[in-house]
Design a protein. Structure first.
Lengths: 214, 214
């Protein structure tokens, strides 16, 4: 009996998080109404407050889930035998697709941007830059990226570029061209980052995508 | 007598805009309190409502002034005899410095980001991308940028990159490294965009800055 109650509580909590994500995605943090979230979740104000005493707690739950899903993408791609260079490109392509298709990731991305200026900034950017920097170092070791660049500078630009493209594409096309813009970013960046005698790899990497193979 | 009244009204309006910018900069659009703006401007609620009936009107006034100041930078740099490539770099460096130092530009940048998701997205990104695309085309004509790239793709990446760097740098370092990150962006981008036999120009362009000459 206790297990049933516990399972039900977990299901209710998840349902509230999903509903909150939908409302944050469409109305933003400031605009999100708790009433709308309660209605969408088909729950009560009491249940909502039991799981999430404040709106900030709800946003944190959505951001946690967003982080888990983003990490799962990175893990999944890191554990196959792709080169570090290929991993960088694939991770960015897959996360862009997730922002487009997964309501939790979409809401998390919006919250991340909106909460950028609050007292406790989400640390995600720093973590992503470090992870990317590690891939750049490995790609330099592999000879896929020229040794003259600063791995940190490249990683900072890749993560900022992805964040910026996501933002600009949201404004100008409601993200309908997000995939293409991410590909174009890599086209321009890899022109200088990949040594001349490895440029065939770039054609292969970005071409596979254009041919619908990934 | 009428002129004096009119001058006073213009001064009051400007004073309200400056005060609103300071409050939007520190508290964001949703968090900005009209009471704080009134207090900071040393004006009355009546005067505020006379000039700006809604908070949106205040934000629009700050964004208009932000746009005017950004355009002035672009105009100023476009009217000297620098090459298109140099203009691109200088405009981005100068606007980054403005975001750091000019309260109106700082507030405008924050509002632009926060209002990204509202029904009437600020059109600035589209205008900036077009202006940058024009400079990329001219740089290709000059032989300073390789002809194999898409001017639109490069312009989209430059503007998104600058927007993203501004955002990430705000979160991670309160913009203390904004200048350096913009320079690093150009270092990485120009590695691939500028033909090998013109790379000396890049060293000169970015080096002048490092030596404090611009």
């Amino acid at each position: 009996m206790r297990e049933v109650r516990q399972e039900r509580a977990i299901a209710t909590r998840q349902h509230i998080v999903d509903s909150a994500a939908a409302v944050f995605d469409s109305d933003g943090f400031a605009g999100a109404s708790l009433g709308r979230i309660i209605k969408l979740a088909g729950t009560t104000r009491g249940a909502l407050h039991f799981h999430f005493p404040t709106k900030e707690d709800l946003a944190t739950a959505v951001l946690d889930e967003h982080n888990r899903r983003m990490s799962a993408v990175v893990e999944g791609i890191s554990h196959n035998d792709a080169s570090a260079l290929e991993q960088m490109v694939r991770i960015s392509e897959t996360t862009a697709r997730q922002i487009d298709q997964d309501p939790i990731v979409r809401a998390g991305t919006r919250l991340l941007m909106e909460l950028t200026y609050t007292g406790t900034p989400p640390i995600s950017y720093g973590v992503w830059i470090e992870a990317c920097e590690d891939l750049v170092r490995r790609a330099i070791d592999d000879g896929d990226i020229v040794a003259s660049v600063s791995p940190q500078a490249v990683a900072y630009l890749v993560i900022s570029g992805l964040a910026g493209i996501q933002m600009v594409s949201s404004v100008l096309s409601r993200r309908s061209d997000l995939d293409r813009r991410v590909d174009e970013m890599w086209n321009v960046l890899l022109l200088g980052l990949v040594p001349a005698d490895r440029q065939w790899k770039v054609a292969e990497l970005l071409g596979a995508r254009a041919r619908g193979l990934v």
